[in-house]
Ligand binder design. Structure first.
Ligand code: ATP
Ligand code: MG
Length: 434
């Protein structure tokens, strides 16, 4: 008989087969109640002394918490059972026993330390709320992929191991590559740009990126999943922001419906943006922070964490969870400088969601001579980028793109406290196992 998930059982069915873990076991003499848990939910199994021969009933009494069991039986209505019905077993098997005590308590209403949870992640993931995070994440990926496929972006896979990095040497993880040294990628940046010279026009890649930073924040990990996009023949940076904005709007709209079950389990809701995302300049962002919050961020680089948070609050009060900040000072050679209003600003943007950066992107510099000047100015060792620069010599269209931190998107959508909650086996400076 074919196995069914607990959420597929209907009381009208006379016989079913379910398999899963013994979530709870209650032995009250002539009755043994087992709550069986599978991927989709739980169901009560009621073993009755009167219905089973002695040997079978003794076997039922041996079932321990978290044993894996397989049960075939009839479905009967019972108002006192959690779902209004229960299974009366006719045949059952203990497939494997679970040792006791359990390394982690997984019944509802018992919280454990994050580190203990991560040390025993396989067990932690058995909890319904934790499981819901990952089925939500799965649906986020499906929804985004749908949008990019419908809009004719090609899904690509570029190397994880590479000779150099786009984001600077200090945060690279070295790997031994035969007799040479190579690095784990910080982003697929250079490769997706090169593909713009290959006539791919619109591409996206979902894959891991690595940052060897000594961070201890709730939004950084050493290995994360990036949703990377690049498109060619753009008229300006707004075309790039449009793609990001439209795909995010579509994602939220889809997830409000598609993620209903998970949102229910997690007691969360999704606000679908009705209006366009505000697009403000970096200067304007600094002005708001200075004048309204008395907050003066550093002159160079991104907004600081506090600045992002305050700016997020500022726009959330006006009903915007998302805000684009455009025109950062040019700190990366590959962004096009030049912005109409401000000579010192580059065509680089960040997208903030609920007060946190979830994406950086912009228009790239596609003119080789200007690109080389920028590298010179920023003391970038050109010899590390030879293969990249070749792609600019023989016809490179204007292009731009962005990278979205998928883990941050999930974290923010369902308001998790820490990015690690959204990653199955997170990596940080102190953890590389399990
Ligand atoms: P931050 O300033 O927040 O450290 P970043 O500007 O260094 O991030 P980018 O190089 O712009 O990061 O990467 C693009 C996106 O990838 C970021 O907007 C973020 O969503 C995600 N991301 C970058 N670094 C990390 C990390 N260490 N952990 C998780 N996500 C990250
Ligand atoms: Mg960034």
């Amino acid at each position: 008989m074919e196995r069914q998930y607990t959420n597929e059982i209907e009381p009208s069915k006379d016989r079913v087969r379910v398999s899963g873990w013994a979530h709870e076991v209650r032995d009250i003499g002539k009755l043994v109640f087992v709550i069986l848990r599978d991927r989709e939910g739980t169901v009560q199994i009621t073993f009755k002394k009167d219905n089973l021969d002695d040997k079978e009933f003794d076997r039922a009494k041996d079932i321990g918490r978290e044993d894996v069991i397989d049960v075939m039986g009839s479905v009967e209505e019972n108002d006192e059972a959690p779902n209004g019905f229960e299974i009366k077993p006719e045949e059952f098997e203990i497939l494997t026993e679970a040792k006791s005590p359990l390394p982690l308590e997984i019944r509802e209403n018992i919280d454990s330390e994050m580190e203990t949870r991560l040390d025993n992640r396989f067990m932690d993931l058995r909890k319904k709320e934790i499981h819901a995070i990952f089925s939500f994440r799965d649906k986020v990926i499906t929804s985004l992929r749908e949008w990019y496929d419908e809009n004719e972006f090609l899904e690509i896979h570029t190397p994880i191991i590479s000779k150099g990095g786009a984001e600077g040497g200090a945060t690279l993880f070295p790997v031994e590559y035969y007799s040479n040294k190579a690095y784990l990628r910080q982003s697929p940046q250079l490769y997706k740009q090169m593909l713009m010279a290959s006539g791919f026009d619109k591409v996206y890649e979902v894959g891991p990126s690595f940052r060897a930073e000594e961070f201890a924040t709730s939004r950084h990990v050493s290995e994360f999943t990036q949703w990377d996009v690049e498109l060619a023949f753009i008229d300006g940076v707004d075309d790039v922001m449009d793609v990001l904005e439209d795909s995010m709007k579509s994602l939220l709209k889809k997830m409000k419906k598609r993620g209903q079950h998970e949102l229910g389990v997690l007691d969360e809701d999704i606000e679908v943006p009705e209006e366009d995302f505000p697009r403000i300049t970096f200067d304007k962002a600094r002005k708001i922070l200075r004048e309204e919050y008395n907050h003066v961020p550093e002159e160079k680089g991104d907004l600081d964490t506090e600045g992002e948070k305050l700016l997020g609050e500022h726009f959330q009060e006006k009903g915007h969870d998302f805000v684009f900040v455009l025109g950062y000072p040019n700190e990366k050679f590959y962004y096009m400088q030049e912005i109409e209003e401000d000579e010192a600003a580059s065509r680089k943007f960040d997208l903030l969601y609920k007060g946190q950066e979830i994406s950086s992107g912009g228009q790239r510099e596609h003119r080789l001579d200007v690109l080389l000047d920028a590298m010179e100015e920023q003391d970038v060792d050109k010899s590390n980028f030879k293969f990249y620069l070749e792609a600019f010599k023989y016809g490179m269209p204007p292009h731009g793109g962005f990278g979205v931190g998928l883990d941050r998107v999930v974290t923010k959508m369902i308001e998790l406290d820490n990015i690690k909650e959204s990653i199955l086996f997170p990596r940080d400076p102190d953890r590389v196992a399990p």
